[in-house]
Design a binder for this molecule. Structure first.
Ligand code: HEM
Length: 293
């Protein structure tokens, strides 16, 4: 049998063409957000402006899926869960599908007037940034097939590092359009800092492809502090003269303004750390050279 014929046939098959329960579960799960929006739309449960709400939901899932795709490499190493890599491409392609849906719904909202759509993209900087990210994701999706991976060889990995830039553009687009409501965008920013920080630290300090857990703990603290400061700076700018740095940072230690983004980032970091510790206790990392990175 040629290697061409041995290629994965269905999205839920693993490399040996056997059904992978992990891939099947993720494959089904990836349809749920769009399915939920479709049902809510048809049944009239998307609020007063259903199309706008549908655009928002697909945009949110695009950025969430990009972050989930970026989380696979660190989680695979920390949890020593090699097979997690099987779903990375699927999640990335789903992010592309969601952004196309987001864009298609935006075009629908503009009554399919492509001239207006194009001029809005040129005029409004947050749309220009979003569109640039969409073009980037399209390039990654087109080069995601087994054939393209083989054809591009080493260049493939360099090209796919574009996802970091695309994620930054997506996060800027998200923050800019959210205007005063920065709670979830700030959480997304904090998690992105953690994900990039992991890569930076793993590049320097990984042992057999795995960042030692004390570093993971330190990374959690750093990402939490940066998120708290990021939000404080935003408060200082948005409420100029009415807020001090101390009061802005103090909101993280009370529930007066609800659970702050830094607290959510701290919880995320702690959950990953505890899972990593539990995994190490159950099965210490292999002695040989692991291929986690
Ligand atoms: C990777 C690319 C993109 C990502 C990650 C993304 C993500 C998002 C997110 C997270 C939101 C906010 C959802 C919310 O607050 O509930 C949003 C809103 C929006 N996006 Fe995107 N988007 C992208 C590309 C685009 C493109 C190409 C367009 C159209 C040209 C677009 C148009 C919009 C519009 C019109 C809104 C709503 C703005 C408002 O109601 O004021 N996005 N997007």
């Amino acid at each position: 049998m040629t290697s061409e014929k041995r290629a994965v046939k269905y999205p839920w098959n693993d490399y040996s063409r056997k059904l992978s329960p992990l891939k099947l579960t993720v494959f089904i799960a990836l349809f749920l957000p769009a399915g939920w929006t479709a049902i809510a739309f048809v049944t009239g449960n998307l609020g007063a402006r259903p199309l706008t709400e549908a655009i928002h939901q697909q945009g949110l899932w695009t950025i969430r899926l990009i972050l989930i795709a970026l989380a696979i490499t660190p989680l695979r190493a920390i949890l020593q869960w090699q097979r997690l890599i099987l779903v990375r491409r699927m999640v990335g392609v789903a992010a592309f599908a969601y952004v196309m849906l987001h864009f298609a719904l935006y075009i629908t909202d503009e009554n399919f007037n492509l001239v207006t759509v194009a001029s809005e993209i040129v005029k409004r900087i947050y749309l220009t940034i979003g569109f640039t990210a969409l073009v980037g994701l399209s390039v990654l999706a087109v080069t995601s097939t087994d054939k393209m991976v083989r054809r591009l060889g080493r260049k493939w990995q360099n090209l796919h590092r574009l996802v970091y830039v695309i994620c930054v553009l997506g996060l800027i687009h998200y923050s800019m359009q959210s205007k005063l409501e920065q709670w979830e965008p700030t959480i997304a920013d904090g998690i992105f800092v953690w994900l990039m920080g992991y890569r930076l630290l793993a590049w320097k300090f990984a042992v057999r492809g795995r960042l030692p857990l004390p570093w993971v703990a330190g990374l959690g603290v750093a990402a939490t502090i940066l998120t708290a400061f990021g939000e404080a700076v935003y408060f200082l700018i948005a409420f100029a003269g009415r807020v001090t740095l101390t009061t802005a940072l103090g909101t993280n230690f009370s529930l007066q303004l609800g659970v702050r983004p830094a607290v959510v980032v701290a919880a995320f970091s702690l959950i990953v750390l505890v899972a990593g510790i539990a995994r190490t206790r159950l099965a210490p990392p292999p002695r040989g050279r692991a291929r986690f990175a």
